[in-house]
Design a protein around this ligand. Structure first.
Ligand code: VLZ
Length: 135
């Protein structure tokens, strides 16, 4: 049985998002706005199938995938690149590798009690975000 990520989570911390966005080539004005956001993650999971939504007052980002199956990801509204992405389980961690123009790009999710943790990586930038399960 895979871990259960279903739920809605509110951001409580966000370290190095600026460096991550800079590595993605996000422009200055967008970074200034994006840095002020406290997005919500909404995760719908059915076994190995996931829908993940990042919702904010500025922009939303949605993606869906099946663990173990490579998919075409277009990072619309973020850096607008195409990646060949694949998520795998590392025990209960979700590990995504986003192959494309940017080196060393991906993310990891894991759960700690009522917290959803996320590490976003691009090139040498690592952003660490924590979300708390919405009451
Ligand atoms: O998340 O790839 O949870 O796709 C920021 C939206 C979303 C706010 C960042 C607008 C998405 C920012 C990160 C404008 C530049 C991401 C995955 C892991 C799911």
């Amino acid at each position: 049985m895979p871990a259960n990520y279903n739920g809605t989570y509110n951001m409580i911390s966000n370290e190095n998002f600026e460096s991550y966005m800079r590595a993605l080539g996000i422009d200055f004005a967008t970074r200034k706005i994006a840095n002020l956001l406290k997005p919500q993650k909404v995760i719908e999971q059915n076994g190995d199938f996931f829908r993940m939504k990042t919702i904010s007052s500025f922009r939303n980002y949605s993606t869906e995938f099946t663990v173990g199956t490579e998919y075409e990801e277009e990072t619309k509204g973020l850096d607008n690149r195409k990646c060949k992405s694949m998520v795998t389980w590392d025990s209960d961690k979700l590990v995504c590798i986003q192959k494309g123009e940017k080196k060393n790009r991906g993310w990891k999710h894991w759960l700690e009690e009522d917290e959803l943790h996320l590490e976003l990586t691009c090139e040498d930038a690592v952003c660490k975000q924590v979300y708390k399960r919405a009451p």
